[in-house]
Design a protein. Structure first.
Length: 85
């Protein structure tokens, strides 16, 4: 899965779940300031992204997330990290 794939899925979820116009969603979009995603919405978003990763998402992985690109990078890192032995 590429970062473009992850971004496309995030745009889809933001549009379907939060009724945000896809044209407003760019990698630089700030979740809170630009897209009005609050902490409760962010939890919903993470729950919907879980199937992309195929494992439990740790909230710590998203503590520093501020922009859509941050979400893409965090998920990409989780998808491609080595499995724990």
């Amino acid at each position: 899965m590429t970062k473009d794939d992850i971004f496309a899925r995030i745009v889809e979820i933001l549009h379907e779940t939060f009724d945000i116009e896809p044209a407003r969603i760019t990698p630089e979009s700030r979740l809170g300031e630009d897209l009005d995603i609050d902490s409760i919405d962010a939890v919903d978003l993470i729950v919907q992204l879980k199937p992309l990763v195929g494992k439990r998402l740790q909230p710590e992985a998203f503590k520093t997330v501020r922009t859509v690109q941050d979400v893409v990078d965090a998920l990409y890192g989780l998808v491609h990290e080595a499995p724990h032995a």
